[in-house]
Write a protein that binds this ligand. Structure first.
Ligand SMILES: Cc1cc2nc3c(=O)[nH]c(=O)nc-3n(C[C@H](O)[C@H](O)[C@H](O)COP(=O)(O)O)c2cc1C
Length: 399
């Protein structure tokens, strides 16, 4: 009996030791994978620097530019600055491969950058003239010329409300609540689109409710399934997912666990458990798209253009998205692009496959000549979205 008690005590002791090591291991994993340092470290420094610690002149405007929305957080940009110009270049190495074969989303992303720079320059009392490179986007194009040259001259200071939202804008992938986006705000959005540069080259179409909105939601889910079923696309997308804190701080790009829109406890758990396999991550993406993104979308919208692959038009459409997202931030609205159908249109085109997605999308604009190039949802969200990483201005400024 005495021996039994002693044995039992040492057994409990051993179990407690294992539990302590387990808890310690979990804590260690939590600590080392950033559970306690959300939004901290050098990868997030550019968000804190803008606007108060930003440099003078064009390099300071670049600091606003790099906070722009951009596809998969690839940050496909490089800048060359002089005293009064900023040349905005694509970084052809930072692409989404088969996910963006025409680099249309890359060009949209550069448009987003341009809009931030424009707003920041105007707020600093500079007039802005933008010269954009013409021509069409084509697979395999690695042209080194700048996509836009921004010329700055002294002028009147214009602080536009969206300017103040530059450092607060985040892509929000969590659940939105049931509140509708009021008609007056939808009209404001249409006003922004109507006053945007080259507004004749795009249309903003909004869906507050009704069968067209449902069809758009279904198309987003179907396109997500198609992407997941296409190994080349899925792999080229997965390359930009960062599950590891050290990788985030080192690469300072990509889509992270913090930004997928999970509630705080689930976010912490997702950082502690082993990273999902690509197939698991795909399934989670599909479930999130169907059950959260499409299911909780009080307002959906799209930007349609006549020519998907016209370079200046894609740049203008990107500018419009950035402006709308900043406006939404200023108005307390959450927003998320949901571009899977547009990505499938490009993929079908490059493979020479029947244009199923393009045909389905065409019915939503009311005129087949207008083709969606960007799709999004908006609404009100209880939880705040988290920061995404950014490379430093020094990493993207050339010469
Ligand atoms: C052209 C373009 C396409 C995008 N497509 C999607 C998308 O389909 N789904 C999504 O959740 N976010 C999408 N985004 C948002 C980016 O992933 C996001 O801007 C990036 O990760 C940086 O995060 P931030 O917007 O919070 O700064 C897109 C952004 C752009 C400019």
């Amino acid at each position: 009996m005495k021996i039994d008690m002693t044995r039992r005590r040492s057994l409990y002791g051993a179990l407690a030791g294992v539990a302590a090591i387990g808890a310690g291991g979990t804590l260690w994993r939590a600590w080392s994978n950033g559970v306690f340092s959300v939004g901290e470290g050098p990868a997030y420094a550019p968000w804190r620097a803008w606007p108060h610690a930003a440099a003078e002149g064009p390099p300071g405007l670049v600091e606003a530019g790099i906070l722009a929305s951009n596809a998969h957080n690839t940050q496909p940009w490089r800048f060359r600055v002089s005293q009064d110009t900023i040349a905005l270049h694509a970084d052809p190495a930072r692409h989404l491969g088969n996910f963006d074969p025409f680099r249309r989303e890359m060009q949209l992303s550069l448009g987003c950058v341009l809009e931030n720079i424009w707003l920041a320059a105007r707020a600093r009392g500079l007039e802005v003239r933008v010269e954009t490179r013409g021509g069409r986007l084509a697979p395999g194009d690695t042209e080194a010329a700048p996509v836009a040259v921004i010329r700055l001259t002294p002028g009147e200071r214009a602080e536009i409300p969206e300017y103040r939202a530059i450092a607060n804008r985040r892509t929000h992938r969590g659940a939105y609540d049931a509140r509708a986006v009021p008609a007056a705000l939808q009209e404001e959005m249409q006003g922004l689109a109507a006053r945007a540069p080259n507004s004749g080259s795009f249309r903003l179409v909004l869906f507050g409710a009704g069968p067209e909105k449902d069809r758009l939601g279904e198309l987003i889910v179907t396109a997500t399934q198609a992407i997941i079923g296409d190994r080349e696309m899925a792999m080229d997308s997965a390359r930009w997912f960062r599950f590891d804190w050290r990788a985030i701080q080192e690469h300072r790009d990509g889509v992270t666990i913090d930004t997928v829109g999970l509630p705080p406890l689930l976010t912490a758990a997702a950082k502690i458990i082993p990273a999902p396999s690509p197939e698991q991550a795909d399934r989670q993406w599909l479930a999130g798209t169907r059950d959260v993104h499409v299911a909780t979308a009080p307002l959906m919208g799209l930007i349609a253009v006549r020519d998907l692959y016209d370079r200046p038009t894609a740049l203008d459409a990107g500018r419009l998205w950035q402006r709308l997202h900043l406006w939404a931030t200023h108005r307390g609205l959450a927003a998320q692009p949901l571009n899977q159908p547009c990505e499938m249109v490009d993929r079908e085109a490059v493979l020479g496959a029947p244009p199923r997605t393009a045909s389905a999308l065409a019915t939503l604009t009311g005129d087949e000549a207008w083709r969606p190039t960007f799709i999004f949802r908006m609404g009100y969200a209880e939880q705040a979205a988290r920061l995404s990483p950014r490379r430093s201005p020094n990493q993207v400024l050339a010469g």
